[in-house]
Structures are given as structure tokens and as C-alpha cells.
Design a protein around this ligand. Sequence first.
Ligand SMILES: Nc1nc2c(c(=O)[nH]1)N[C@H]1C(S)=C(S)[C@@H](COP(=O)(O)OP(=O)(O)OC[C@H]3O[C@@H](n4cnc5c(N)ncnc54)[C@H](O)[C@@H]3O)O[C@H]1N2
Ligand code: MOO
Ligand code: MG
Length: 625
Amino acid sequence: MTQQASISGLILAGGRGTRMGQVDKGLQPFRGKTMAAHVLERLAPQVASVAINANQNLDTYAALGVPVWPDDLAGFAGPLAGMEAGMRRCQTEFLLTAPCDSPFLPPDLAARLLAALRAQDAGLAFAMTQEPGRRPQPHPVFCLVKASLLPILSQYLAEGGRRMDGWYKDVKAIEVRFEDADAFRNINTLDELHSLDTPRAPRLAEVTSCLSGYDPDALPVKDAQRIIRAFVQPVRAVEQVALRAALGRVLARDIVSPIDVPAHDNSAMDGYALRGDDLPAEGQTRLAVIGTVYAGKPMDVAPGPGQCVRIMTGGVMPAGCDSVIPQEFVADEGTDAIVVAAGVLKAGDNRRFAGEDLKAGSAALREGKIIRPADLGLVASLGIAEVPVRRRLRVAFFSTGDELRSIGQPLDEGSVYDSNRYTIYGMLERLGCDIVDMGIVRDDPAALEEALRSACENADAIITSGGVSVGAADYTKQIMARLGDVTFWKIGMRPGRPLAFGRIASNGHGAFLFGLPGNPVAVMVSFYFFAREALLRMMGADAPLPLLRARSAGAIRKKPGRTEYQRGVLTHGEDGMPQVRITGSQGSGILRSMSEANCMVVLHDGQGNVAAGDMVDVLMFEGLV
Ligand SMILES: Nc1nc2c(c(=O)[nH]1)N[C@H]1C(S)=C(S)[C@@H](COP(=O)(O)OP(=O)(O)OC[C@H]3O[C@@H](n4cnc5c(N)ncnc54)[C@H](O)[C@@H]3O)O[C@H]1N2
Ligand code: MOO
Ligand SMILES: [Mg+2]
């Protein structure tokens, strides 16, 4: 959806909320954020800017990062009073209103109302729907109005008028039919709100039924990844953060460039700006220097034929000039003339065009991008101080097993220190999640249930390690199954064969669950190849694993029919090409070889033995988020 530069959006949140028991409707939580935030998210991409009309809790609305305008009329005078306040402050030709309790409003609301209004040369256009066999349903608060009609509206209000359609007779008002009646649905009662606010995740069975030959006990890696991808849902809440704080966060909406970058044609070199027509075909020519342009100090001259201007890199090209000759290519003739030889420059050389980096109105960054240093710079180059990002994902994690001890505890016979919580901590931190470390949970059904419920009530996703294989004390699986829609897989891979995946719920809160295997290398491999992508999706980002190809330094034994992940060290061969060798023992409990590795060699399902010199897929650890 393109932004409509001629339209300002206004969210009408100025009511008393009587039907919701005097609560402020726009601030009611719905699917993880306030209703007004939903409306904002849908409206913002359609218009040049959005403001909110509210008469109470102004600071809370302002926290959404947009201007908040109360009615100018006293006493909760209804939606027209909000519209009036909006029209009075509107900087564009049109104002588009939408109520704060309509979180599903159509993504093409602005475009369609504007097209109809223009086609019929109307002053005001509002939405209507008609379901088969029912009466037409007008939706007058979804309204596009010419801001210039303000005096007519103000007069109607001053005379005591309050009805939405009461002033239509004085302006040319038209109805615009939309097909999807649900899109205009507003939520009037708290019950209705809560009944809609249930997760929309599909059932696992619905997802797995789409796979032919689905066998949870022999599931190919690609199928498991596909199921997980189809099942997880992104968090929807958006927050506006200062540019620097956006580093590593996921962009929630396209950033549209408000300006051309660069703003002017400018020089790419320190030299002389000249007219291409003056370049000699043979021999040499003499050009008079009529001034100097510094970067940031444009000069209001237009060199004529036979003239040029000294110019610095970044300096605005003077009118009529289309080329810049670097100063080292000219012969000086004092300070007021240069000599240019034939063949050293083509017309058009060393000129940077206005908008060649970014054109005003084009998307500089796309929604879903994880913001990197270059992106910070790009946004800064547009003069934008704050950006909308998805809220951080909250991930709770714990280790299971009676044999586990925490650092600081004595290591009695048969016990081991818990390392998984540290590797998981590291991987989650690098992903940029908010983490909740829940420690070690004993192999005890009540303790496990308590931990899973508490994780579920406090986080969007849960990661556990251990207890997902077939051992006698592995109660984890029973409890997980009892709390939700969870499946237990044996995946055709090594390491990381057992995996529990699904969604559990407790006291009305839901969370996605990844039950990773306990072995210290298996837990990391399962995280990288399953949980990582899923968590990124939940964060609103799409970041597939960055695999690259390298030559295998030695032979690797590999059975076809399962995916194997081998720890490797990637270096460069004598010919400078990437080359990988496998680290020592590949046992799934041996963390040392994981720590020595800088990458994993991915040997796919169908692949057999690898000979020295064969090319293989490699996943680098460095740079892996
Ligand atoms: N009969 C079978 N036995 C096993 C199978 C199988 O298919 N049939 N699968 C094996 C595979 S593969 C794996 S992987 C493990 C997975 O076991 P669990 O997820 O049930 O994990 P645990 O039994 O709790 O622990 C396994 C192993 O890892 C150590 N561990 C666990 N948590 C931690 C931690 N936080 N820090 C350090 N080390 C940890 C634990 O002490 C065990 O040695 O099952 C195989 N068995
Ligand atoms: O998952 Mo286990 O051997 O694959 O550690
Ligand atoms: Mg076990």
C-alpha cells in the first residue's frame, strides 16, 4: 500500500467509552497491544501522518509516538468534534478518520475513498458495506474529508449539530462500497474484546495434515522446519524508538524517504564543474574559472560556454554544468583559468544525481528488516529521529534434570554442571530477545508443570532443554502434552534427534514451546536449525540461515537418509578459496569441539560420503543471529 501524501490520518479516540463501562476504549489491550495501536498500525502506511483525537489519558496515547489532539468543543461532543479538531490542525488537503475500536480496518481504505472522492468530485467520502440480503450499512466514521470544509463543519457544530450525517447536505458526501464488512467491525464490549483476543495459531494437526507421508518418528529436517514456520505467529506490538536504540531490532513498518538523497545534483570529485559541450574533441581547451563551490555552500552562478567553476566533492552542481573534471587532470593557468585536454573526461562524468541514492516517496527500508549499522546511517540520512520497531520477544528458558548443578554448587557424584542455560542464554542474547532465565527444574511432574505454566504466563516463547527423549525420568513430555498442543518428533538428523514443539497455554496466556534435547551440542544444533528461525519470525523478521559453500579439506563419512551437522573450522586453502575441516570428536555431548569450531558443515538428507575436495554447505557461527 502506498502512502497517500495528500491525506492525514486521525484516530477517533475521544469518546467516554460508556458502552465499555467507562473505560478508555482505545487503550484496551487486544492481541498484545492497545486497540488504538492496532488502528495506528493499519492506518499509518496509508497516509502521510497520523494523529489521535483523545479527551482523556493524553500521555498514554502520546506514548504511541504520534500527536494527540483533544476536542476544541467541551464535554465529549462526539466524533464530529474530533473530526473538527483534526481538520483544524490538518496540514494536508484531506483528513481520513477511523475509530479507535476498529482494529481490522481495510488496508486500502485511504486509496479507495480518495479515488471515489476524486472521481465524483465530492467533498467527503465515507465507507459502506452491504452483506447479501441485508440493508446497506454506512460507516460514517471511516471518512475522508476535504480539510477546507472546516468552516462548514464548525458552523454546524456551533449551531448544536452533532449527527455524523447532519452536515452532509452542505457538502457533497458520497458513500463508497467496501466488500469486507468484518473490516469495519468495531469492538464495543469488554467481553467481545476478550473473545477476539485469543491466539489465532492453527492447530498443529492442521499444519501437519498438509504434509504427505508425515511421520513424527522419522521427520526430515526440512519438513520439521516447514511445520514450525507455518505454526508460529509474530508478535504484533509496535513501539517507536530513538534511532540508535533501533540497532538490532526488527523494523515494524517501511521507512519511506521524505526527501531525495542526495537532495541536489552534486560533484563526486574535487575539481572543476563544466559544461560537457565545452570538452574538446581534440587538442585542448581553455576554460575560465568564474567561482568556487564548497560542499554545503552552493553558488548562484550559471557558467556560460567556455566557463567553469571550481567545485569540492559534495558541492551542488551549478546550473548548466553536467560534468566534473578532477583537479589532477587539468593544467592550471593561474587561478582563473584551466586547460582541459581531449580524451580525459566524458560529458556527465563525476556528477552524482539528486535522488540517485533514494527518491522521495520510495521505501528506504522494508518492514521486517533487522536494523544494522548501515540502516541507522540510512535513516539518519533522511533526517528521521525515531523508527517503529516490533516489541522485543520475551523468551523464558530452563534446564531439566536431577543431575544438573548450577555454578557455585558442589559437583556430587554423577552430577554435571548445567551448561545448556549458558549456551541458550548466549544464543538468545545474540538474537536480541528479552530473556527470562528460570534456572534448573527438577525431574518432578509438579515442579515441571509449575515452571511451564509460569514460563507460559510470562513469555512469548519457551525453550527447555532435556527430557524429550525416552528416558524413565523424562516427565517433561507428559506435562507439555497436557498443557497444550505439543508434538514430539524424532527428526532425521544428527545430533538433535528428539524435539518437542508446539504451543501451550496457562490461565489464558499462550506461548510457543521448543523442547530441545539435553545433550549440550544437540541443544545448540536444534536451536540454530529450528528455534532460531522461528523466534526471528515471531519477532517479525525473515532471516533464513546464511549458508555458504566451501571445499572439504578431508573425507567425511555420512549416511544418506538423515541430515548431519558436523562441527568445522573454515579457513582458506592455498588457492585462497574457503576450505573447511571437521573438528575432532563429533559426540553430541562434546562441547569442546563446538567451541573450537567456527562453523557447522551441513550434510543434507540425500548426501552420502564426502570426498576430500568436494564442495559442502557451511553455516558460519560469526554473524549468526
Ligand atoms: N533409548 C534411546 N535413548 C536415547 C535416544 C533414543 O532415541 N533412544 N535419543 C538420544 C538422543 S539423540 C539424545 S539428544 C538424548 C536426548 O535426551 P533428553 O532430551 O531426554 O535429555 P536428558 O536425558 O535430560 O539429557 C541427555 C544428556 O544431556 C545432559 N544434559 C541435559 N541437560 C543438560 C544441561 N543443562 N547441561 C549439561 N548437560 C545436560 C544430561 O546429563 C545427559 O547426559 O537422548 C538420547 N537417548
Ligand atoms: O540429539 Mo542426540 O545424539 O542427537 O544428541
Ligand atoms: Mg533423557
